[in-house]
Design a protein around this ligand. Structure first.
Ligand code: HAM
Length: 419
């Protein structure tokens, strides 16, 4: 017996129906916001991912050398691939360019519930604008997509990396010191952070102020604390973004959170995350923000921003919330009562399928009662029984599987009866 590789999953037909349903909800929401779908390859040149993050990221990747000696990697995310595609072929497209995608991603993570080595992302990138309305619309889209799937319990946090680094710079913390502090901030380890700040020579009072600013959601308090003019400008922009988010997109339940640092190295400025608190340790459903990759990939500088939603975590969160997914099943199951009726059963089946009706037929010649059981296991709404006596009258029996009621219907009237 072969075992499935660690961190990967098989999906049953029922799970696939749920997944396809949620994917369609997400796809149509992207489209209502004017985004167009793109697809990129599952593997890319390894360098595409090391260009920004350095060689250390290789430990987190599925990378390999192909038979032609090329260094490749299964994509851990789709932002770098989509920007590679943009620089290669889409730079001349009218701006802003709004692109969305669905794709499997691969990370050499330690697997646990909600964290897999193969997982699916739904995401988007907007190229060519950095207005407050573009950013507000982007954050709103991420939130609306998750709401549209049916999720009730969502937490939206919004931060800004330029403001965060300005807080660091105000206390003259070196780049190396910042690098040490960032994982502590990311994990909200504020006690450890306090110790580290003191070790770096920050006075107790100032260290407490830094931690206070990282924990407050009061944007005015953050503004008053900042001394640097550029950082103050960022606060003004952030205020505009959240203002629009609430006035134009009706999203009021967000929190300002300066401790958002994001794991990937390409972000700058606006960053945001959406959590499903019910998921526990792996509660982050969505992450995104403004970033810079285009010039690194040889393209002409223009602003970029985007986000990606963890598709698998979205399904998990819906299941935890006991979300009522639409029921999926067959419209019709056709049963020939004996071998002589098989041809007619196939003919009726094919006529229904041609009309787009989800129809299956007994392929085992196993008689009515066993076939009815099978039809019920397939969630068939109705069963058509083809028997010699009825056929003589050019008719069939239709049975409603919920009520158990049966009716004799002329073959020519089947479609009207079903609709
Ligand atoms: P990310 O935060 O690394 O961002 O991933 C986005 C989402 O993918 C996460 O919030 C999480 O739900 C899901 N995810 C990540 N790793 C795993 C895993 N091992 N198993 C299951 N789900 C996972 C990005 O990937 C950026 N490219 C987002 C972006 C787009 N930023 C700008 N544009």
């Amino acid at each position: 017996m072969f075992k499935i590789p660690r961190g990967t999953r098989d999906f049953t037909p029922e799970e696939m129906q749920k997944r396809r349903y949620v994917e369609e909800v997400m796809r149509s929401t992207f489209k209502t916001f004017g985004y167009k779908e793109v697809q990129t390859p599952t593997f890319e040149a390894l360098e595409l991912f090391t260009a920004k993050s350095g060689e250390t990221i290789i430990d987190e990747l599925y990378s390999f050398t192909d038979k032609g000696g090329r260094e490749l990697a299964l994509r851990p995310e789709l932002t770098a691939p989509v920007i590679r595609f943009y620089v290669d072929k889409l730079q001349m497209e009218p701006k802003p360019l709004k692109l969305f995608y669905f794709g499997n991603c691969y990370r050499y993570d330690r697997p646990q519930k909600g964290r897999y080595r193969e997982f699916k992302q739904a995401g988007c990138e907007i190229v060519g604008t950095d207005t407050a309305e573009a950013y507000a619309e982007l954050v709103a889209l991420a939130f609306k997509i998750l709401e549209k799937t049916g999720l009730k319990n969502l937490k939206l946090n919004i931060g800004n990396l330029n403001i965060l680094s300005s807080i660091f710079n105000q206390f003259k913390l070196s780049k190396d010191q910042q690098k040490y502090l960032i994982p502590l901030i990311d994990k909200s380890l504020f006690e450890e952070l306090l110790i580290a700040l003191r070790d770096f020579g920050i006075k107790n009072e100032n260290a407490n102020t830094i931690i206070d600013i990282l924990q407050t959601s009061d944007i005015n308090k953050i503004e008053n604390f900042l001394k640097n003019d550029d950082a103050k400008k960022e606060v003004v922009e952030l205020k505009k973004i959240v203002g629009l988010l609430s006035e134009s997109f009706g999203i009021n339940n967000y929190q300002i959170k300066m401790s958002i640092v994001r794991g990937l190295d390409y972000y700058k400025g606006l960053v945001f995350e959406i959590e499903a608190p019910s998921l526990g340790a792996e509660k982050q459903l969505c992450g995104g923000g403004a970033y810079e990759l285009i010039t690194l990939f040889g393209g002409k500088e223009t602003p970029t921003a985007g986000f990606a939603i963890g598709f698998d975590r979205t399904i998990l969160a819906l299941e935890i919330e006991n979300h009522c997914f639409p029921t999926f099943g067959l419209d019709i199951f056709v049963i020939p009562v004996n071998d002589d009726m098989v041809k007619k059963a196939l003919e009726v089946t094919q006529n229904l399928r041609k009309k787009g009706i989800l129809t299956d037929v007994d392929l085992l010649r196993r008689g009515i009662s066993k076939s009815l059981k099978y039809a019920s296991s397939l969630n068939a709404k109705k069963v058509i029984i083809i028997g010699p006596n009825e056929l003589e009258k050019d008719a069939v029996t239709i049975r409603d599987m919920e009520s158990g009621e049966q009716e004799l219907i002329e073959i020519n009237n089947i479609i009207q009866k079903i609709n």
